[in-house]
Write a new protein. Structure first.
Lengths: 206, 206
């Protein structure tokens, strides 16, 4: 009798599953594939949140050993009196997401992108006139998690721990208008400004 | 008879070895310690040379996954008509040397530092006015190997594969005056410009 019930369950499940993949999945994306990608992110690369959902920043000892993505520079002297993003932006990605980017050219669920900000320390060196890094000044994180973050931000959550030391020890999700809106409108590839990151462009889907 | 000769060899070796460590080693450094450090560098991080001693560059697929050290910028527009080092200098270190730097605050034998050069691609973005990376343009390597490279360069060998694509597939050791002399005179810590690299300063001997 129990075997009979199981058979009915299986036979019912087949058309339901088929209907899901043919009709529903193309609209909302493929959650089982997303879950599989997310599951492959190791514990050390998973973001940690407080009980009320604020993000706890990764340690510099961790993210400074991740994959470096690029470094835009918006110095104060070109953005008087002070740049919105002071001044060097050092950008890193977690290694598991990097491997997926190289493989498929997409950022998987569980992608973490870190933006560390440093000051301009010097404008002249023996190598020439220019901009040379000074001290660490700020920290921001972006996390791709479609279940946790709003659809309007395409599943990416933006967090800032401050642009001046001492940094915050936890931070709430930024409002859509503060960060995500600009990425939606201007970023080259899935909310990431790949147009300024030759390292990402060269590795994509390679 | 053979055993007797071996005994004499061993007994002679003891005072000679002692004399070396007490008198000679403090002057020229400790080669056995250097050899031990060098031995711990894995094959994938070891430089490869042609039969006539020219260095073969590491693949970007390898060094772009090493530890990022920092990124000075000497743009052409501040160094007319053209900067000596065009323009963004992305600097990486091999992971084994990085771990030793964190542990002891020294660069071990077998340290490889890569300088990849990229152009300025844009001077304005939604984040502000500034400098944004364009395309890869050049590549340089520095290798610490006291046995292979001259004492005047403190055991570091400098190699350039060009500042414009296509890059050279192998390169000879640069003359002392071309690179090393300037590092001897100006670099903050053992030929490395740590004064411009907060990532290195923060990790030193930590």
């Amino acid at each position: 009798m129990k075997q009979h019930q199981n058979l009915i369950t299986v036979l019912t499940a087949i058309p339901v599953t088929l209907a899901f993949y043919l009709l529903i999945a193309p609209i909302f994306g493929n959650p089982s594939s997303a879950a599989a990608q997310s599951a492959s992110i190791p514990e050390a690369e998973k973001p940690k949140y407080t009980a009320d959902g604020e993000l706890i920043p990764f340690s510099p000892d961790v993210y400074r050993e991740w994959i470096w993505v690029g470094e835009p520079l918006t110095p104060n002297d070109l953005n008087p009196p002070e740049a919105n993003f002071p001044e060097f932006h050092d950008v890193y990605i977690n290694p598991t997401a990097w491997r997926e980017w190289k493989k498929s050219g997409t950022f998987p669920e569980g992608t973490v992108i870190i933006k560390e900000l440093t000051s301009v320390g010097s404008k002249n060196a023996v190598s020439g006139n220019g901009y040379f890094q000074g001290e660490f000044t700020g920290l921001e994180h972006v996390v791709k998690d479609s279940k946790r973050f709003p659809k309007e931000a395409r599943g990416w959550g933006y967090f800032t721990f401050g642009h001046k030391y001492p940094l915050k020890k936890q931070a709430p999700l930024q409002q859509f208008a503060s960060c995500a809106a600009c990425h939606v409108a201007n970023a080259g590839d899935d909310m990431v400004f790949t147009q300024y990151y030759p390292v990402l462009r060269a590795a994509k889907g390679k």
